[in-house]
Design a protein around this ligand. Sequence first.
Ligand SMILES: CC(C)(COP(=O)(O)OP(=O)(O)OC[C@H]1O[C@@H](n2cnc3c(N)ncnc32)[C@H](O)[C@@H]1OP(=O)(O)O)[C@@H](O)C(=O)NCCC(=O)NCCSC(=O)CCCCC(=O)O
Length: 320
Amino acid sequence: MAESGAELKREVIDAAARFADTPDLRSVLVTSVLNLEKLEYDLYRGKHHWVPRSQRLFGGQIVGQALVAAARSVTDQLHVHSLHCYFLRAGDPKVPVLYQVDRTRDGRSFCVRSVKAIQHGQPILTCQASFHMSQPSPLEHQFTMPSVPPPDALLTVEELIQRHLSDPNVADVTKQGLNKILAEEVPIEIKPVNPPDFRRHVVMEPKKLFWVRAKGHIGEEDMKLHCCVAAYVSDYSLLPTALLPYPKYRAQFSASLDHAMWFHNTFRADQWMLYECESPWAGGSRGLVQGRMWRQDGVLAVSCAQEGVLRAKNTTQSKL
Ligand SMILES: CC(C)(COP(=O)(O)OP(=O)(O)OC[C@H]1O[C@@H](n2cnc3c(N)ncnc32)[C@H](O)[C@@H]1OP(=O)(O)O)[C@@H](O)C(=O)NCCC(=O)NCCSC(=O)CCCCC(=O)O
């Protein structure tokens, strides 16, 4: 304990220095991506973090930020239970996105917000989010969570890639592609239940299961924030499920067209959740995908659905 004023001052300075040296363990999704800047009443500006190689903004980032903007206009007693979005235009990574919230309806139990994400004066996404006051119900059921190995027993995507790269028979072109994936700063950790087919030789069912969580700490307090993080996470790796039966085809152009989510139960997006993805249909250059996020204790936390455009090219066709 400090005995004099000078000693006390020294202790305060030392503590501040120690604090400054402590790395910030919070998720970048919380400190930056979902930390929108307020410009005006119901008007916000968002920052970008990871941008996919397509150089169009990641859909999950836009949905997550739109949900943050909507959530800021409702009281703490209201919980987000669903959202429905359309991706209207490709997001431009060179400029920020503005989020304009319309307080569409305030009822006794439900509130609806409509959010427009804007770049270059034009909407790139529209999102309707609905919030609900908690209400008890005698009606309760859910599917059973698939039985899979726990996350502790599985490797991350990065570890699987490193292991694959250590095989001397891997083609240079595959190595380049995998090293590009390793260099990306995706703020999500993934542990596939079945190791991915890096060579893309095998025809697979349009289904996949992987454990997923946000990198870094989010904390327990703010359930709406966990929903915004889940919105970010939910768009990652979902649409490619529709390509699993077609290893001979490469998507020349793929992008999510719409995205819907339903939040059923509380969860922590910084703890492992099982993401069950399946594609019941593809046709007409589009594919439908559905996802379910399960808590480790078997509770169904989130459901989502998305349609995407998939313009595919047969990579085995002769160029003649
Ligand atoms: C482009 C969208 C979907 C609308 O499409 P369209 O109406 O066709 O727009 P256009 O501006 O007319 O054309 C765009 C582009 O496509 C070419 N095009 C058009 N029609 C055809 C056709 N029938 N056949 C072949 N090509 C066609 C057209 O020529 C243009 O090409 P370009 O000139 O070379 O540009 C539009 O609604 C849109 O972009 N929406 C936004 C979608 C979006 O950005 N979604 C979110 C991002 S996707 C994502 O995040 C997925 C996750 C990725 C991460 C992971 O999991 O790995």
